[in-house]
Design a binder for this molecule. Structure first.
Ligand code: CA
Ligand code: CA
Length: 133
């Protein structure tokens, strides 16, 4: 299951293989350290924008095709990440799609983006409201 279709994006990116979008993860409590496993960051733009509702900038490093990297953030109850870059000059047709896995220390808790479709729906609704207003 992938969240691409749930985000209201009109076009698919990298042939729909990977996600581009802004996601909020809210755990509802401090879950300690959170590890993000990022796949296929090839251009700048992928960045953690907020941790616990405070603005921050933790940029993922662009690398070769299909590269992997992990970023760990600490004392996290929520965070917002921009995944991928829809306006990539390197990929003018597709944008730079990125896939992510999120791991938190609680045993067996691994969240994939597909499980977070709800977050995508909420942000799509908020965007709609903004457009109407
Ligand atoms: Ca790629
Ligand atoms: Ca990519």
């Amino acid at each position: 299951m992938r969240s691409v279709a749930m985000l209201g994006l009109k076009t698919t990116f990298e042939n729909g293989q990977l996600e581009v979008g802004r996601f909020k993860f809210d755990f509802g409590k401090n879950v300690g350290s959170v590890t993000l496993d990022l796949f296929d960051v090839e251009d700048k733009g992928t960045s953690i924008l907020q941790v616990n509702d405070k603005a921050t900038t933790i940029n993922a490093v662009a690398g070769a095709d299909s590269n992997r990297q992990t970023i760990t953030i600490h004392d996290v109850s929520s965070f917002v990440i921009q995944l991928g870059n829809h306006d990539s000059k390197l990929f003018p047709k597709t944008g730079d799609g990125v896939s992510m896995r999120v791991s938190v220390p609680e045993p067996g808790t691994v969240i994939s983006l597909g499980a977070l479709a709800v977050a995508g729906i909420i942000s799509a609704r908020q965007r709609k409201k903004v457009n109407i207003g």
